[in-house]
Design a protein around this ligand. Structure first.
Ligand SMILES: [Zn+2]
Length: 273
């Protein structure tokens, strides 16, 4: 897992498109972080520049932008803070603004990942009001408080400086809450609903798939990827077979789309030649 400059992100986007992949999901890492995550809503912020560059190099590649504050705030939390507690409503206004700026840069889908209450509705309203009725909304409907996120947080330098995200991420023991959140997000205007992580939550993917008509997305996260890579580096497992089996299991559980760090290597094996 690497951090890429904008020019390198374009090289990468061209490469994945050549391999037959359809979409990329961008996370931003600004030069400067502050308490409100200013770079996230700056038209010249890192993600906005990357979106413009990728869309002009690869107009047919679907570009999805992560929509959260944790990579941009100096405290590393997903929302604005008031007395060291997340101010949900103030955060919603910020998210709406960021979504519009991302859409203006050319993002096809925006993906609010912070699990703030009412985020989907707030983002949908802000986009519609600004004329971006066609920008789709990928909701992190069921995002569990998970130990599988570790490698990403190191790569994105977004671990919270104090506290954790358990107040707004879901309890791994609870599957019904996921169904409730999914129903809520769809009512608020989500076009696609996501389950994250994937592997330890395949039952949740299946239950959602059986209940809703919206496409279900599964996020095969950094820790799931790292375990496979570590096992392969030790010579303990056959990486290619294991990855195929993992991705197949996610499909079998009902995922319409899979977000995975394995995508490039998988595509190289299955989509080329
Ligand atoms: Zn976040």
């Amino acid at each position: 897992m690497f951090q890429l400059s904008v020019d390198q992100a374009v090289v990468e986007a061209r490469a994945v498109q050549r391999l037959g992949l359809k979409a990329v999901l961008l996370f931003g890492l600004p030069d400067k972080k502050d308490s409100v995550g200013s770079d996230a809503s700056d038209p010249d912020g890192i993600v906005q520049r990357a979106v413009r560059a990728i869309k002009s190099a690869c107009p047919n590649l679907l570009v999805i932008t992560d929509l959260c504050l944790c990579e941009y705030t100096d405290h590393g939390h997903c929302g604005l803070l008031k007395n060291k507690v997340i101010d949900n409503d103030a955060t919603l206004e910020r998210l709406g603004r960021i979504a519009v700026v991302q859409a203006q840069a050319g993002a096809d889908w925006v993906a609010p990942s912070g699990m703030m209450d009412g985020a989907v509705r707030a983002v949908r309203r802000a986009l519609d009001k600004a004329g971006f009725t066609h920008t789709a909304l990928l909701a992190y409907a069921a995002k569990y408080a998970s130990a599988f996120y570790g490698p990403f947080r190191d790569a994105a330098q977004s671990a919270p400086s104090f506290g954790d995200r358990r107040t707004h991420q879901m309890d791994p023991a609870n599957a019904r809450e996921a169904l409730r959140e999914v129903a809520l997000d769809i009512r608020e205007g989500a076009d696609l609903v996501m389950v994250k992580p994937a592997l330890a939550y395949l039952d949740v993917v299946r239950q959602i798939k059986d209940r809703v008509a919206a496409p279900v997305v599964a996020y095969n996260v950094s820790g799931e990827y790292a375990l496979v890579k570590a096992g392969a580096a030790q010579g303990w497992i056959d990486e290619a077979r294991l990855v195929d089996e993992i991705l197949l299991s996610i499909k079998r559980a009902g995922a319409d789309l899979i977000i995975s760090y394995h995508a490039k290597e998988w595509a190289r094996r299955h989509l080329t030649q």
